[in-house]
Design a protein around this ligand. Structure first.
Ligand SMILES: [Zn+2]
Length: 130
């Protein structure tokens, strides 16, 4: 997936974590699909990627659970919650480091309002203008 190159640091790690969770979820729920992630889950991953790229907190992104900004569309949010509830506890064996890192950042306090123009996308646009 070429779009992984757009993200770095914490945002990239979050993207890898959510992608891994979607794959676990997809294998269990969409058994009939020829590929995992299936088309539907693939488009969810793409959606999550865009949201991460545009997250107004950028590299200071809190976990989505704690975030005061509700940036997911309602039906995508429902799907995200379903995926997390199912795949969260199943991450520990295949991806222990990702799972522990995510649990640790869940313990950080909820942030205040996001700073202006710190999303990954803003940073990228700024760099492109130089
Ligand atoms: Zn699927």
């Amino acid at each position: 997936m070429a779009f992984e190159q757009l993200l770095s640091g914490k945002l990239l790690r979050e993207f890898e974590t959510i992608s891994a969770m979607v794959k676990i979820y997809c294998k269990a729920h969409h058994k009939d699909s020829a590929s995992h992630p299936c088309e539907e889950c693939e488009s969810f991953i793409e959606y999550a990627h865009t949201r991460l790229d545009r997250c107004p907190y950028g590299q200071d992104k809190p976990t989505c659970n704690k975030c005061p900004v509700h940036c997911y569309k309602p039906h995508m949010k429902t799907k995200a919650r379903e995926i997390m509830i199912f795949a969260g506890p199943r991450m520990l064996l295949p991806h222990p480091i990702m799972a522990v890192r995510h649990l640790m950042s869940e313990r950080n306090p909820a942030p205040g309002k996001p700073p202006a123009e710190s999303s990954n996308r803003h940073q990228r646009i700024k760099l492109e203008k130089l």
